[in-house]
Design a protein. Structure first.
Length: 407
């Protein structure tokens, strides 16, 4: 008997496609499970509006016509539950529209915001002063990080200045512009040879206190890729504690991923959404700027694409940050691509536990197993057409009930 009889036959193109689509479906569902739950989101919205009302009612702040709006992952639709615990970090801007950076110091705008909340009966015991924001903590649920901001008159695109208390400087930023940059990129549709999926964008409403972005919306490939990498970064920190302080921050991951996705969409056709995710991670390092200064020292940049003067990689003056980014990036790329090589649900689940944590992974696999068992018992489980020898086959094939005796 030839040894070739023992070699596992290669998957057909249809089987490869079905496998990739199943993997993307798993990552999509895990990403959905990592988002802030609808009930918690509703509560966060209520707290956000309540805090906004308190700020608008401040005799001092009201002189500067404050405008409050979401920023960061909450506004982008890339929120990820903390690896341990259940307290979400939700970021907001309090833009003092009539304040001026030459008439107000960094400490003053902080004090306006902090004193209003610290002296309020509801929030006095919940407020913490951070370097660039004032934090309102709701025990074991979420915390609101509110950053004061003033207009940046040197940014023609409507950017802001946010204060850095430690450095006593104004830092360029443009959170609303960043959302407006990211959203249409996320809405781009890659050309898929065997499947078409709509990726919907989102509008952010304008107003003194803006409506929070919708949570129940199609996220698309880019947002799921960002969620995958942010959570993978968190597990990487635990697995390599000596690298933890140098792991890439979320805005670096998000910016590089958005650039990479925009490039990937224009490069050609892909077999599946899973292949697009792989391309995004592969292309990310192309968008890290590397130059040398007068002392022949490397300068790394991940620039804010919506305003001048903000380098998201400003801490990378210490080369350890770039080294850890490279090590993490290689690990994330390997772990995602390796999923395609695994056989069996148990192997895939084990790998996803290692890279994304067990909580959401086990929950998604548990729900999927329950649905498969129910469908099998009801004899409504079918093999997708793409998984059969002929991709063009029109009807799904029923799967017989499992009697556990190998028959």
């Amino acid at each position: 008997m030839s040894y070739l009889n023992y070699v596992t036959p290669a998957d057909s193109p249809a089987q490869q496609f079905a496998r990739k689509q199943e993997l993307f479906t798993l990552l999509d569902r895990i990403g959905q499970d990592m988002e802030i739950p609808p009930g918690r989101y509703k509560e966060a919205e209520e707290k956000y509006l309540a805090v906004s009302d308190v700020l608008h009612g401040c005799p001092t702040l009201s002189q500067y016509d404050p405008q409050v709006f979401a920023q960061g992952s909450f506004a982008l639709g890339t929120t990820v539950r903390p690896l341990h615990g259940d307290e979400y970090d939700l970021d907001f801007i309090c833009f003092l529209q009539k304040a001026h950076h030459l008439q107000h110091t960094q400490r003053q705008v902080y004090d306006y915001l902090y004193k209003r909340l610290a002296n309020h009966g509801v929030y006095s015991s919940m407020v913490e002063l951070k370097n660039r924001c004032v934090r309102v903590r709701y025990a074991d649920k979420f915390h609101l990080d509110i950053t004061p901001a003033v207009r940046n008159p040197y940014c023609y695109r409507g950017g802001l200045y946010v204060p850095d208390r430690k450095l006593v400087i104004w830092k360029a930023s443009h959170p609303k512009g960043y959302v407006e940059w990211f959203t249409p990129i996320a809405a781009l549709k890659p050309r898929l040879k065997m499947l078409e999926k709509a990726v919907e964008g989102r509008r952010v409403a304008l107003g003194t206190t803006e409506k929070l972005p919708e949570q129940q919306m199609p996220r698309g490939i880019l947002r799921r890729a960002v969620q995958f990498m942010k959570r993978h970064r968190d597990t990487y920190r635990e697995q390599y504690p000596l690298h933890a302080d140098y792991a890439p921050i979320s805005i670096v991951i998000t910016t590089l991923a958005a650039h990479a996705y925009q490039l990937a969409v224009g490069l050609g056709e892909y077999d599946s959404e899973f292949d697009v995710m792989n391309a995004v991670i592969d292309l990310m390092p192309r968008f890290i700027g590397i130059e040398q200064d007068w002392a022949n020292k490397r300068i790394y940049t991940v620039l804010n694409p919506t305003t001048d003067g903000e380098n998201f990689a400003d801490k990378w003056s210490d080369p350890k940050y770039y080294e850890v980014f490279t090590a993490w990036h290689q690990a994330a790329k390997h772990d995602l691509r390796n999923l395609e090589m695994l056989r069996g649900r148990d192997e895939i689940q084990k790998s996803l536990r290692n890279s994304l944590g067990s909580l959401e992974t086990d929950r998604v696999f548990g729900i999927q197993t329950q649905r498969i068992n129910q469908a099998r018992e009801q004899q409504t489980l079918h093999i997708p057409a793409a998984a059969r020898p002929s991709i063009a086959a029109a009807a799904a094939l029923p799967v017989p009930r499992n009697n556990f005796f190998g028959k």
